[in-house]
Design a protein around this ligand. Sequence first.
Ligand code: SF4
Ligand code: SF4
Length: 302
Amino acid sequence: MRALPSARPASPRRTRTQRRRPTIEWQVCGVCNYDCSYCIQSKKYRVGHPTPAEVERFLAFFRALPGAWEIKTTGGEPFAFRDFTRRIVPGLIEDTRHTLSTLTNLSAPLPILLDFAEQTRGRLGIVSASLHLEFTTPEEFVSKALALREAMDERASLVVNEVVVPGRLDEVERARRLVEEAGLRWFPQILKTKQGTHDYGAEAERVEVLTGSDPDPRRANLAPSYQGQLCWTGVEYFVLTQQGEAWSCRTAKRHGQGYLGNALSGTVELRAAPLPCPYEICPCTTPANRGMIEGVGLGEER
Ligand code: SF4
Ligand code: SF4
């Protein structure tokens, strides 16, 4: 791997968003045990995972990173990949500089989730638990989420995120009530499409009640536009695919831009300085909530 710039380079501007938390969103696998009708990843890409040898090369890449990073594992579904709990989690927590977070649909058997909580004690950041009502009930999900949160490191957090699925708002509203009555945090996401965001039409008012009219990125994901604002993705944040490709952010990847090299072939080079965002929407709240976007965020969760 070529030398990477420091995770905290000198920045050209100091703004109130300078509490950035260097973060990598690592797609540990494409495979998922669900098949949600609204999944943004088409089915043909929801396959595959790295070989054991590639897993070891990913872990070596993280060990070679300068500074401390939050490594947020995503998929597909991370727990649907056997080596996630067998090798990736133990390998990531070996390096005590980094924090481990994960996005999961919480479908793994409870003993596996509890074992994950135990293994990651002192090292866990955030569990983003996605509630998909096409494959589970809110009661079953909430029960598992509560058990996991109880077993987790008390400094870590768990957030329940849920897509506001068009035509199913009664179910979404009920799920929100159950999640919040259980004392868990509920985070709505509007439905994203390949073109941008879904037009809810006659349901828009009910959706606004669920999301709030102008929520900050800790409260809801409305895929806003930050066009023209300085963004540190590519500098202190990047997305890593299961094939090892590093991209500055998800939107850049969708446009075939922001390619930073490949972690498996040792060619990742981060940018030295932030750039103004050129895109019309920012579909993922992780960069905003890690302080990557000028004037936005400072959030701690999700
Ligand atoms: S759980 Fe997530 S990755 Fe899997 S099908 Fe559903 S939306 Fe897609
Ligand atoms: S889409 Fe979001 S993460 Fe990507 S460059 Fe723009 S502001 Fe940054």
